[in-house]
Design a protein around this ligand. Sequence first.
Ligand code: FAD
Length: 567
Amino acid sequence: MPYRAPVQDIRFLMDTIAGFGAVADTDRFADATSDTVEAILTEAAKMCENVLAPLQRPGDLHPAVLENGVVRTSPGFADGYKAIAEGGWIGISAAPDFGGMGLPMTLTTAVNDMMSSACLSLQLNPLMSQGQIEALEHHASDEIKYLYLPKLISGEWCGTMNLTEPQAGSDVGALRSKAEPNGDGSYAISGQKIYISWGDNDFTENVCHLVLARLPDSVPGTKGISLFMVPKFIPDADGDLGERNDLRVVSLEHKMGLHGSPTAVMEYSGAKGWLVGPENGGMAAMFTMMNNARLGVGVQGLGVAEGALQHAIAYANERKQGKAPGTGAIIEHADVRRMLATMKAEVFAARAIALMNAVAIDMTTATDDPKWKARAAFLTPICKAFGTDTGIDVASMGVQVHGGMGFIEETGAAQYSRDVRVTAIYEGTNGIQAMDLVARKLMDGGDAAFALLEEIQDITDATKKKFPNLAEAVWQAIENLRETTEWLVAQDDLTDRFAGAVPYLRAFARVLGGHAHLQAAVAGDASRERLARFYINRLLPEHASLLAHTRTGSADLMAITPDDFAA
Ligand SMILES: Cc1cc2nc3c(=O)[nH]c(=O)nc-3n(C[C@H](O)[C@H](O)[C@H](O)COP(=O)(O)OP(=O)(O)OC[C@H]3O[C@@H](n4cnc5c(N)ncnc54)[C@H](O)[C@@H]3O)c2cc1C
């Protein structure tokens, strides 16, 4: 089943729901004209359909392997990467001074969405580079910027992020890798990092590792962590590659999915590195990369969901079984129709949230307005967790639509399900995202949340005449969410917030999805209205049980003892 990039859906969402017009109206993004947007989406779509999508299955069947210390990538990945790099798709939002296009993050998001549907395991490589580019733009010295950014943006070199160690997963502050000053401005980096995505490859000239490590005598925890650029080959001042650095891939992980992406255990043995950002200020610099990747990983989830949806629709239109009316295909059965409608409505909601997030990031860049900054920060964990949960749920439903054939690898339905599973785990598990939402992101007393709710409630008010019942349901859901947000803000004991964090995040996404579908019904055709009715009548009501779960607090949960689980 060939992948068809959903360019029209993306454009509709950008323009009518996410508010991209406001971004294009700013001086900063004046180049993002309607024609430019159209050209970018159309060209990227062609590459995803014709070059990347055919690599999806070979990547699964022929995983990257480590041979005599060298990573050999899956068949065709080198050409796929070349197409991504030569198309300029790594640096869509990167600074023009270093070869980037300087276009909005919203466009990067749209292109990443399509690339993730087409071939997730390859797309993870440029996603890592995009995050590294942003981190360097904001935190690196001019010397590092001039040396590394042009090559990362052109794709000649690629970037990785190195946080995780065996004892330091979610708790990054527990990391032990060391950095000793060499006395010449460089540092000797030693330690082991695990699960490093695209830790090496055989198609870029260099691999640039951003590594978190501790200086001697640094304080424990996250305040004693610094960030270093540690290249595989050390470049001279002109960017020509010199000696090989003291780092190596020890092994590659055997994974449940995402086989085309080499996930490496890395050993640094006094490798030369250069500080990015101030000493002991590594977490702030790494957070730039992590926030970029959190949006990107949420988009990976919804991208895979789109691919799984397209497969399921095609199969449901062909497969005949039982006494189905109309065409006689299984798409005519009410339960199959329910699954497909759920999948389609969820992809639409997750895409709307991701684009709203990207627009908030672009408005922050363009205006420096703290309100946009708070909006972007608030939406990021929702986008990451809901986008990836949607990927998992939709891909699983895609398997179900295929019946037994869903469990047989050749349809590709199972691969979506296996590949996307990790997206809820890496880049901060979805549990950690939800905790971030109810703690750090509500530290403003809920201002960012309430401002967003007020805005969408006003928009909903304006639709009451055209769609009284749908608008009333969305309006009431926003009201319920506002009340639970007030309850959360009033809880001083963080455990009471954390116990309901995941259901709260999902409820927030549900309500944003209701808002997006309602606006789609207003601005779109009859087909969009039918999907909106499905979502608002059948999926949105879930928010009420999620909010009830949230408001229950932690006492009954924490009363269940570890021994009870063994009983
Ligand atoms: C395929 C793959 C690729 C990856 N790529 C990279 C990469 O490129 N770079 C990199 O640095 N890392 C990478 N990772 C690592 C990934 O980010 C971590 O696996 C993830 O952060 C979780 O850490 P952990 O595996 O140690 O799980 P743990 O931290 O042990 O978590 C186990 C469970 O406990 C929960 N938990 C942990 N702490 C808390 C808490 N304080 N409160 C509540 N619940 C908690 C978690 O939510 C989870 O459910 C990758 C992982 C995989 C599998």
